[in-house]
Ligand binder design. Structure first.
Ligand SMILES: C[S@@+](CC[C@H](N)C(=O)[O-])C[C@H]1O[C@@H](n2cnc3c(N)ncnc32)[C@H](O)[C@@H]1O
Length: 253
């Protein structure tokens, strides 16, 4: 077999929802191993930083919860009187999340729900009638995948939150210039691509990750998008030389 046969160099210029959903479905089983390898073991720490504002009793939505690590940590933090909803459109990522939740049952925590839905359909897809709005919407490494429809999605996020509720969004951010930008792209196109091809074979479309990071807003641009969507007290905190950003913002009280 030729050495290069497992490499998948296809990626549509503007992947649609179905392309992205089926890609995550195919990657679900080994997604956690991929994140561990590619994030220098730091992803769990960044997710915990994102959850530092989550307090007992809160209702929290994890947007694009994937295999559920952030939702499960939030579940621990909200305690018995709180609730966490994990939303994702990939049924296989959700199945992995539900499997992990079953393994952690009995911690005496509050309610936890997994919802298969599109971020584009917020707030109606998660809001059971009569339920109070969310205190917080969190998300880890999802925004890049939502680039095509980010404005209506941000409207839906705002509509899911109570007045004075907050967001904590974490994502990769391509540095704007020079050496750091070259290093960032080189890392995604080199070592990350090799890990991806090794773990997923042809199911890993090599150009997708660097392209999605490159297409997505720089930190200051996303801050402006949050401002346009009506959020206040917006703050962007860089981690890891700016390669990862944590966005924090409130809805007006
Ligand atoms: C890179 S994974 C991140 C998973 C998890 N949040 C984490 O911290 O590891 C992106 C997730 O977003 C989901 N996703 C992407 N676009 C979506 C959309 N439009 N609606 C719902 N889920 C979406 C994917 O299915 C995938 O599980």
């Amino acid at each position: 077999m030729p050495l290069l046969s497992p490499l998948n160099l296809d990626s549509p210029p503007k992947p649609d929802a179905e392309y992205i959903r089926s890609m995550f479905n195919r990657m679900a089983r080994r997604y956690d191993a991929f994140t561990l390898l590619t994030g220098f073991g730091q992803a769990a720490r960044w997710r915990r930083r994102a959850l530092s504002t989550i307090l007992p009793g809160m209702r929290v939505l994890d947007l694009g919860c994937g295999t559920g690590d952030m939702a499960l940590d939030a579940w621990k933090r909200v305690g018995p009187s709180g609730e966490v909803v994990g939303l994702d459109f990939s049924e296989r990522m959700l199945a992995m999340a539900a499997e992990k939740a079953r393994a952690r049952q009995g911690a005496g925590a509050g309610r936890l729900r997994w919802v298969q839905a599109r971020a584009e359909d917020l707030p109606d897809c998660v809001q059971a009638s009569g339920a109070r709005p969310f205190d917080a919407v969190v998300s880890g490494f999802v925004l890049r995948n939502l680039y095509a429809d980010i404005a209506p999605i941000l409207d839906g996020v705002r509509g899911s939150l109570r007045p004075g509720g907050h967001i904590r969004f974490l994502d990769l951010t391509e540095p704007r210039h020079g050496f750091l930008k070259a290093l960032f792209r080189g890392y995604l196109s080199g070592p990350v691509a090799l890990y991806g091809a090794g773990l997923f074979g042809r199911d890993y479309p090599i150009p997708y990750l660097p392209n999605s990071a490159s297409r997505f807003f720089k930190a200051d641009e996303f801050v402006r998008a949050l401002d346009r969507a009506g959020f206040t007290q917006i703050h962007a905190q860089p981690f890891f030389f700016g390669a990862v950003t944590l966005y924090h913002a409130l809805t007006p009280s």
